[in-house]
Design a protein. Structure first.
Length: 305
């Protein structure tokens, strides 16, 4: 089954060129089944790029998925046309009475600020509280992972002397968990962040399970509430060229950003990236949808608690 997307969303045409089967809302109304409802709170600056990255991964499932986009009332994006936001996004306030089978909260370019100093932190707190009772399973990515671990469990973040930037090998710590079904013992994950969480702080909280980590980049996936919450410190959703774009953007501008590690062929930007994480990224999102959303969510979506 395809993803069900809003009519005229730019990602539709982009993904059709990749032979990914998507359908717009008009066509989907003709199918008499209950699709899974997934909401994406997209806090990344380049929203159309992030939409496409996430939709590409969500499409790798036989289930029909109704994708919704949430925005913050307390923050106005600077890098996405206002027409796009008005057409495809809704404020959290207009969605707070709805329930969703799954939710994805992305990273945000505010990680070097204290959480309480972020202008939209009060609204994020409202969303964190709401997700606990209105969503079956939520993925928190990068800054959102650190923010969720801090808000729910008191796990602090720590500044890094230099940006964690590149592709890092991760070790699966709980190989029998459904989220890792089909995984190898190790997998690769893009990292792009200036702060980190520590394994000792996570392990000190019995409610949290550290299920994947890296000797070089630290904790990578933390699970809570039996899979109702996943905190992912990196970016499995990144497209092959995303780190290259970030590197060339920051080159000569930031002194704390170097060549992304384990990314370019022979560490040569002119040779392009060697893609080593996409297969596991697709598998991770498919396992999440199947085992932690589809098989756990009630048929009556209003029964989500």
């Amino acid at each position: 089954m395809p993803l069900r997307l809003p009519d005229r969303l730019p990602a539709i045409d982009l993904l059709k060129h990749e032979n990914i089967f998507v359908m717009d809302t008009t066509r989907a109304h003709a199918q008499d089944i209950r699709p899974l409802r997934i909401v994406i709170l997209n806090l990344m600056p380049l929203k159309i790029t992030t939409e496409t990255d996430l939709i590409r991964l969500l499409s790798n499932t036989p289930l029909q998925i109704d994708v919704n986009f949430m925005k913050l009332r307390s923050h106005t994006p600077k890098n996405t046309p206002i027409e796009h936001m008005m057409m495809f996004y809704r404020d959290f306030d207009s969605m707070r009475d709805e329930r969703f089978d799954g939710m994805i909260i992305t990273g945000a370019p505010v990680e070097q600020m204290a959480f309480e100093e972020v202008s939209y932190w009060p609204e994020m707190v409202d969303i964190f509280q709401w997700a606990r009772t209105h969503v079956t399973s939520t993925l928190y990515i990068c800054w959102a992972a650190q923010a969720g671990l801090y808000y729910y469990y008191g796990v602090p973040k720590y500044p890094l002397p230099q940006k964690m930037f590149g592709i890092y090998e991760q070790h699966v710590l709980q190989p029998l968990m459904p989220i890792f079904r089909g995984f190898d013992d190790t997998f690769m994950m893009p990292q792009s962040r200036h702060t980190e969480v520590h394994a000792d702080d996570i392990l000190a909280r019995p409610e949290l399970q550290l299920i994947a980590e890296s000797p070089a980049s630290g904790p990578s996936i933390v699970m809570a509430r039996g899979g109702r919450e996943f905190f992912i410190t990196g970016h499995l959703e990144y497209a092959p060229g995303t780190l290259d774009t970030e590197y060339r953007r920051d080159l000569g501008i930031r002194s704390d950003v170097g060549l992304p590690r384990h990314y370019y062929v022979d560490d040569n930007p002119e040779l392009g990236p060697r893609v080593t994480w996409r297969a596991h990224a697709n598998l991770f999102y498919s396992n999440w949808i199947n085992y932690y959303v589809y098989q756990e969510t009630p048929y009556d979506i209003n029964a989500i608690r």
